[in-house]
Design a protein around this ligand. Structure first.
Ligand code: ADP
Ligand code: AMP
Length: 214
């Protein structure tokens, strides 16, 4: 099962992708997490990606597409995967489609997690992330057991630089201009499924399970 998660930054794609990963035993692949790990490790890729990310811009396709293609070629992806944060442009979606079609494959579901921009601002300001294991929390909606500490690995939680209010508006503009057209792209492919992302995370997940099957 190959799934693409669509939706604005902060809509809850990562939160749902982690729940899907656990239930269906297919890997959750977040290009944002891959870039953040590279920044943390001080790699060349991380250095290049950081300036775009901090500015709320997309990392250029030249740095993103091959990275994703290499990742989905790994053995753990043989039974499928959940892509979170990729594709983010029509060009990325076409590159993915072309690579899959060469193997007679295609994306099975594009799940669009719908959340209005007003709610996004609140979600991003309250998001706390663990850069060690990738877990995310929300200070009000999904708090960790101990404030500022990751439940899963005990590391410190941070407010991502690109979640600061001055960058969130820019990221939403980029989303509407470059990523939202993918809704139409996947509608035409007949695989788009919309879910109401304003509900509690458990309710959103039940809707997704109804779509994917038990
Ligand atoms: P994305 O991966 O789409 O950028 P996240 O999954 O990181 O978004 O979620 C953004 C923020 O909103 C996080 O702080 C997360 O804990 C919180 N969140 C996710 N889903 C919900 C929900 N259904 N209701 C309330 N808050 C949520
Ligand atoms: P995310 O963790 O998905 O919110 O991504 C954080 C940031 O990483 C984005 O704002 C972009 O700068 C960059 N990024 C992640 N995925 C992509 C992608 N597919 N294409 C371009 N930039 C990306």
């Amino acid at each position: 099962m190959k799934i693409v998660m669509l939706g604005a930054p902060g809509a809850g794609k990562g939160t749902q992708a982690k729940m899907i990963e656990k239930k269906y035993a297919i890997p959750h692949i977040s290009t944002g997490d891959i870039f953040r790990a590279n920044i943390k490790n001080g790699t060349e890729l991380g250095k290049k990606a950081k300036s775009y990310m901090d500015a709320g811009q997309l990392v250029p396709d030249e740095l993103t597409v091959d990275l994703l293609m290499d990742r989905i070629a790994k053995e753990d992806c043989a039974n499928g995967y959940i892509l979170d944060g990729f594709p983010r442009t029509i060009n990325q979606a076409e590159c993915l489609e072309e690579a899959l079609s060469k193997k007679g494959e295609a994306i099975d579901y594009a799940i669009d997690v719908e959340v209005p921009d007003e709610n996004i601002i609140n979600r991003m300001g309250g998001r706390r992330a663990c850069l060690n294991c990738g877990a995310t929390y929300h200070v009000v909606h999904i708090p960790p057991k101990t404030e500022g500490i990751c439940d899963k690995c005990g590391n410190e939680l941070i407010l991502r630089d690109d979640d600061k209010p001055e960058t969130v508006g820019k990221r939403l503009d980029v989303y509407h201009a470059q990523t939202q057209p993918l809704i139409d792209f996947y509608t035409k492919k007949g695989v788009l499924k919309e879910v109401d992302g304003t509900k509690d995370m458990e309710d959103v997940f039940s809707t997704i399970v109804n779509i994917l099957g038990e």
